[in-house]
Design a protein around this ligand. Structure first.
Ligand code: TTP
Ligand code: MG
Length: 587
């Protein structure tokens, strides 16, 4: 059956979760040993009570009774100490495993290929690294070991009870089927409501995260009220899910109370008669309710613990699924050049993001060392895609991309990328200083180099004027800097890395003429003496390029020099040129 199959899978995951604790096997074994020791130690106290009643109280042995009382206290202290170490060690293992897993996941996520992030909401990746992993902790702290400890307790208690009086024990067990049935029903019903709760939390997280990121849009378009309505709806559903789970608890606990009271009643009724008939000692009669309590408590908690375990395993399954994803860009190349000469060639390249819809179709072009290629084309024609595959953010499906006559797949990935700099359309700055944003914490780049590069780009002046200069704290994503300033910082970033091949996705947004000349100068500095590919929007950039590639719907429409392309009758480039030229002429 379905649930049986599910159990099977869970079992495998359980083993894998436990395997994560391998480096901490000593502590884990300690916890397991403590669990085993705790069961008999716990049962020792009720047993002492029984002995006290039978052997001392009714025989008026007062000194003996004092010894027994001290023994009782000793047992209590021993149990408390053992319990302390047990809880501490099992929780400690859980936390240690979780800490290791977090690092593993972070490492894994940062090396996943970009197509994974195209398909997966950011919220999912954060949930995996933070809250799902936290649930795995529970597998250790509340799951397996405690469940084993509880089972052991139940068996030991039952054993002692049978040993003391099997008849009385059997009487007590009459109600057991009811308890087991109630526990089972409870377990199933809180399982569904817990899943509901978790699903609703995820929904609320995702909603909040998106709204916070897009707060500007929410406020600009006066959408607060609509968003509020949506939030209220999610909030209501979340509350309902919580209430459902509380309902299950509020039914289950009284039911268990009734069953245990009934058991106690049965036991007293039968036990008193048996005691009168001298079948059971009075001590046993006094101790039995204590045994019963020790029997009921773990059984009552088992349902809860099984669910916690189950939830931890579900979380573990998700985390393992992510860890198992082999969605990396293949890094099988072995060539690690010190430097690229700078010849780039695309040979009949075909590419699709999803493997189905061709975004680039049969693209071919060549750039010589030191040359500049301008990519031109309408929006969505595939310009950004060309540079993404050149930077190996995605793998191509057909054809070949070669640098210095060698297929890019034969280069070692990080060596390959380190010789290439990409300046993207929308500049992303991290929170940190301007300096850190330029060097990306690469220790090999000195502040002097950064300042020199800034001067060459023409960014030094404005950075100097920021409070703190190069140590100015950039707020999240550089919100406190203007678009042009961010652009300049990204240019400096590219220049200090001194790449052999420079790729630039020119910002589409138009800027004032003064900044325009600053940016123009910066771009010229950047592309001087190195192979460059520029996705160009401004005529001034395009005209300076050695070659121009006009893209249209994923195809190479025209390819050649400025002069050559202008010769083409009804050519797209010519049309584009005349349009822009007219605009410039009018302005
Ligand atoms: P792009 O290569 O991004 O087009 P572009 O850079 O020429 O456009 P713009 O001038 O606006 O910057 O996209 C080409 C096609 O690929 C487009 O139809 C959208 C699709 N695409 C994806 O499917 N997934 C992606 O991650 C990207 C970036 C694009
Ligand atoms: Mg683009």
């Amino acid at each position: 059956m379905n649930s049986a199959a599910k159990q099977n899978v869970d079992y495998k995951i359980l083993i894998r979760v436990i395997a994560q604790a391998k480096p901490y096997s000593a502590v884990l074994s300690l916890a397991a040993v403590l669990a085993v020791v705790l069961a008999p130690v716990a049962i020792f106290r009720p047993y002492l009570v029984q002995v006290m009643v039978d052997e001392y109280i009714f025989k008026f042995d007062i000194p003996g009774l004092t010894t027994m009382a001290l023994l009782f206290i000793g047992a209590l202290v021993l149990e408390s100490v053992l319990r302390y170490f047990f809880m501490y060690s099992s929780n400690w293992v859980g936390q240690a495993v979780v800490r290791d897993l977090r690092v593993k996941i972070f490492n894994h996520i940062t090396s996943l290929r970009l197509s994974y992030f195209d398909r997966t909401p950011i919220g999912i990746s954060t949930t995996r690294t933070i809250s799902d992993i936290e649930n795995i902790n529970q597998v250790f702290s509340q799951g397996i070991i405690t469940i084993i400890a509880d089972f052991l307790t139940v068996f030991v208690v039952l054993g002692v009870m049978f040993w003391v009086s099997w008849k009385l024990t059997l009487v007590c067990l009459v109600t057991m089927p009811f308890l087991i049935a109630a526990t089972y029903i409870f377990k199933e019903s809180i399982k569904t409501s817990f899943q509901q709760v978790r699903a609703q939390i995820a929904k609320m997280n995702a909603f909040l995260q998106e709204r916070l990121t897009g707060m500007r849009i929410v406020q600009i378009f006066n959408a607060e009220e609509q968003e509020m309505k949506k939030f209220k709806k999610i909030n209501r559903e979340y509350t309902q899910a919580n209430i459902d789970s509380i309902l299950a608890y509020s039914i289950f606990y009284p039911v268990v109370e009734i069953i245990s009271a009934a058991t106690l009643g049965l036991m007293v009724w039968y036990g008193a008669r048996a005691s009168l008939g001298n079948e059971v000692t009075l001590g046993a009669l006094v101790a039995f309710p204590l045994y019963l309590n020790m029997l009921f408590r773990p059984i009552r908690m088992l349902a809860d613990k099984f669910n916690t375990l189950q939830m931890g395993l579900v979380a573990a399954e998700r985390v393992f699924n992510l860890i198992d994803r082999q969605d990396h860009i293949k890094n099988e190349g072995e060539i690690s050049p010190e430097k690229f000469n700078g010849e780039v060639a695309f040979k009949n390249v075909w590419f699709a993001y999803n493997g189905l819809d061709w975004v680039l179709k049969d693209i071919s072009f060549e750039i010589e060392k030191g040359e500049t290629l301008a990519l031109v084309g309408s929006t969505g024609s595939g310009k950004t895609s060309i540079i993404s595959i050149l930077n190996r953010l995605y793998d191509i499906q057909k054809g070949a991309i070669e640098i210095d006559g060698v297929d890019v797949r034969e280069y070692e990935l990080s060596a390959y990328r380190s010789r290439m700099a990409v300046v993207l359309q929308d500049v992303f700055l991290f929170s940190g200083t301007v300096l850190e944003n330029i060097t990306l914490r690469n220790d090999h780049i000195s502040k002097e180099q950064v300042i020199e590069a800034s001067k060459m780009i023409g960014a030094h002046e404005f950075i100097e004027k920021l409070p703190g200069g190069y140590d100015y704290q950039v707020m999240e994503r550089g919100a406190t800097l203007s678009m042009g300033q961010r652009q300049l910082i990204s240019f400096v970033r590219a220049l200090v890395f001194d790449p052999d091949i420079l790729i630039l996705d020119e910002a589409t947004s138009s800027i004032d003429p003064e900044s325009e000349s600053v940016i123009q100068h910066a771009i010229e500095t950047l592309i001087a003496k190195r192979t460059s590919i520029i996705i160009a929007h401004r005529l001034s950039t395009i005209r300076h390029a050695d070659k121009i590639l006009v893209m249209d719907k994923g195809l190479v429409k025209e390819y050649g020099t400025h002069e050559e392309l202008l010769q083409i009758e009804d050519g797209k480039y010519r049309e584009l040129y005349e349009m822009q030229f007219l605009q410039v002429g009018v302005a």
